[in-house]
Design a protein around this ligand. Structure first.
Ligand SMILES: C[S@@+](CC[C@H](N)C(=O)[O-])C[C@H]1O[C@@H](n2cnc3c(N)ncnc32)[C@H](O)[C@@H]1O
Length: 287
């Protein structure tokens, strides 16, 4: 799927719902109260001595200083709180830290988690759907919507889920992905891109999901840094690599991708934080 582009920088019209959502997100994002709630949920999740203490400390420090600050989990919490999404699509779940924030704030949301469950991601065990489901039951007990796990390489599963590719033997083999996609909402109110961290793979993920963000919906893009995993020698794979396209000037930088998105996406508003513990961007579809 190609990303809808326009050369018009300013949006002449916007949906009233989108305007309401944008205002509501801006009003609460980074607020100490929601950051405190984010840290509380993180504390209830299973231990991760490598990554969790520093994040909780950063969030609690902001609360203590009464400062506004946000990173991916607190941003998702704020967006879910402010907009009550009906549907959430997440690329990159790992141990459920981001998913938990959305489920805790929007009890009705129907969630779709795409992950390849790469072993020892972030230096810690990455056990997969059974573990994450148990964690969600524990830390978001009031969540009533379904949570679907679509396991595998997102560069293969997303095109099948959205039926953006001809359905042949390989796609029919992915029956769970195909059937879950058929019963899923047509558009998603909230989407996170935090899976493959190569620039090309991230571009593929973005191109696969951007056309399915609802009007007034938000896309959260994590790790807006001056590098990408190509610099570590990683190369993304997809059985659809031959038919995928990418910007000619694509550089091994997730920050470059974010700046490129801001240039080419017409009718979206952007919120970003570069002094966060990890830089993050949010794009809200206005029309
Ligand atoms: C940065 S972690 C996600 C963190 C999570 N959003 C959070 O807030 O804690 C990235 C996850 O993406 C997964 N991943 C990496 N490449 C992927 C790919 N090509 N397809 C699907 N998942 C992938 C990894 O297994 C890992 O669990």
């Amino acid at each position: 799927m190609t990303i809808p582009m326009t050369t018009t920088a300013s949006a002449p019209v916007a949906s009233p719902r989108a305007l309401r959502n944008l205002r509501a997100i801006r009003a609460v994002i980074g607020s100490p109260a929601l950051n405190g709630a984010t840290a509380d949920t993180l504390e209830q999740l299973a231990p991760d001595e490598v990554n969790k203490p520093r994040l909780i400390e950063w969030l609690r420090e902001g609360v203590a200083k009464n400062e506004r600050r946000f990173e991916i989990r607190s941003a998702l919490r704020a967006i879910a709180h402010a907009t009550q999404p009906r549907s959430y699509l997440e690329i990159g779940t790992r141990r459920g830290w981001s998913l938990a924030q959305v489920l805790a704030e929007s009890p009705e949301v129907e969630a779709y988690s795409f992950d390849w469950w790469m072993q020892s991601y972030g230096g810690v065990d990455n056990p997969g759907p059974g573990f994450v489901r148990d964690e969600m039951h524990r830390v978001a007990p009031h969540h009533r919507g379904a949570v679907h796990f679509l396991s595998g390489n997102s560069h293969d599963t997303l095109p099948v889920f959205f039926q953006e590719v001809p359905i042949g033997a390989a796609e029919l083999d992915d029956e769970l992905v195909l059937r879950t996609g058929e019963a899923a909402p047509r558009m998603f109110d909230l989407v996170t891109v935090d899976g493959d961290h190569t620039a090309l793979g991230t571009w593929w993920d973005l191109s696969d999901v951007l056309p399915y963000v609802s009007i007034g919906g938000a896309l959260v893009f994590d790790d807006l840094v001056h590098s990408a995993d190509e610099l570590l020698g990683d190369v993304p794979s997809s059985r659809y690599a031959q038919v995928r396209t990418h910007p000619e000037a694509l550089r091994p930088s997730l920050l470059w991708l974010w700046e490129h998105l801001k240039e080419v996406l017409g009718g979206w508003e952007f919120i970003e934080s570069f002094d966060s513990i990890v830089p993050i961007g949010i794009a809200v579809r206005m029309r």
